[in-house]
Write a protein that binds this ligand. Sequence first.
Ligand SMILES: NC(=O)c1ccc[n+]([C@@H]2O[C@H](COP(=O)([O-])OP(=O)(O)OC[C@H]3O[C@@H](n4cnc5c(N)ncnc54)[C@H](O)[C@@H]3O)[C@@H](O)[C@H]2O)c1
Ligand SMILES: [Zn+2]
Length: 436
Amino acid sequence: MLLHLQRIAVPFEYPVYFTEGVFSPSNADLAAAIAAKEPRRRHRVLPVIDGGVAAAWPSLADDIARYVGARPDLLTLAAEPIVVPGGEAAKNDGAATAALQARLDALGMDRQSFVMIVGGGAVLDMVGYAAATVHRGVRVVRIPTTVLAQADSGVGVKNGVNAFGKKNLLGTFAPPFAVLIDPRFLETLPLRDKVAGMAEAVKVALIRDARLFSWLSEHAPALASGSLAPLAQLVRRSAEIHLHHIASAGDPFELGSARPLDFGHWAAHKLESLTKHRLRHGEAVAIGIAIDTLYAELAGLCSQATAAAVVAALEALGFTLWDDALAMTRACERGERGERLCVLDGLDEFREHLGGELTVTLLEDVGRAREVHAMEERHIVAAIARLRERAGRRGALAAIGATGAAGAATGAAGAVTGAAGAVTGAAGAVTGAAQS
Ligand SMILES: NC(=O)c1ccc[n+]([C@@H]2O[C@H](COP(=O)([O-])OP(=O)(O)OC[C@H]3O[C@@H](n4cnc5c(N)ncnc54)[C@H](O)[C@@H]3O)[C@@H](O)[C@H]2O)c1
Ligand SMILES: [Zn+2]
């Protein structure tokens, strides 16, 4: 007997500022963002800064203190800024997350205090997770400092840390209180990270905005050299598309299995763990996009010209579309002969992460995506073999036999979707190996 159908709708709203010199004394945006809902209160703010940013901007802590000190009626510092290690290390260290949670508690951060995070995507994810779990959610203001974080993760609603050898295993959906994007931070970002961050912009362009893709292709030389003006434009347009998607696609907290913003990510997440995070997230995403695009061509979903344009644009932007981890193999299971590419396990791990039916976004054309619920292993292997050839790594993919892949694949085709049990077992093994 149904007692009652409980329905709750919780509206979320957060401003996203695009502003230059966010801590310069005359810039009112940060104070306005924090005080927007309660302009007559003095708000407690705890800055948490990415170690890479703190090193590149030695005056940052003083700048923040001066900014807050100049507005004593609105703002007060809960403590000196906390500096946390930058990069994926931030998300891999469970002890660091626990230490930060303990510190938030010790400082008496309550649900109306602000954790102000200044950093790249990894630090935003880790500190955001710590803040979201203390008192079930301390307010968070994000100040993203990398191309990726400004163009994608910083404006979104997710956080998370890596645990038990799995990427983003622990995390929450927690919209921020406000986001302030200051393109000046990109001045000190190493070229490698500038390039890596562009992968997410290419991703949204490919699935949502053909005009942005043309613009990216046209400005590829300037973008690849790290030129700041076009990078700021890229960040802005990509952030807008992400924001629009989250607000309008009907599933902001990703309750269903469709995940268009994860285009290219099933292989990317696996490559990150196979390389023990030697590859940056964006670098892995670029390879993932290339694999899925070549796959779409091989599976007859998109034209050769479209696939060629995508691969060429990624290369022109400075991405290397091959990593030897793509050729890593493990022994086959359940009587299959030979070996199997480890990266293929990423597909099953992706399904597991989504829950329910496997749903992968693939391109029909630039700006037009569709979802599929199975991928043929032979085409994935052939797509990877093409990338290997392109990278000048001659020779067949040893274990699978890239040239013979088409023949071998008839038997193997079902494995990705059909042999879920076997693949899951193997995935555990690979993940465990990645951890050690
Ligand atoms: N939550 C989400 O929705 C979401 C979406 C996409 C990606 N992500 C996550 O984001 C992470 C990648 O983020 P990223 O690409 O920003 O890299 P990152 O956070 O790993 O930072 C890269 C490096 O740049 C340094 N750095 C940051 N800003 C700097 C600056 N202005 N000047 C100099 N150095 C600076 C950092 O210390 C670090 O060493 C991954 O963990 C990925 O999973 C999350
Ligand atoms: Zn991503």
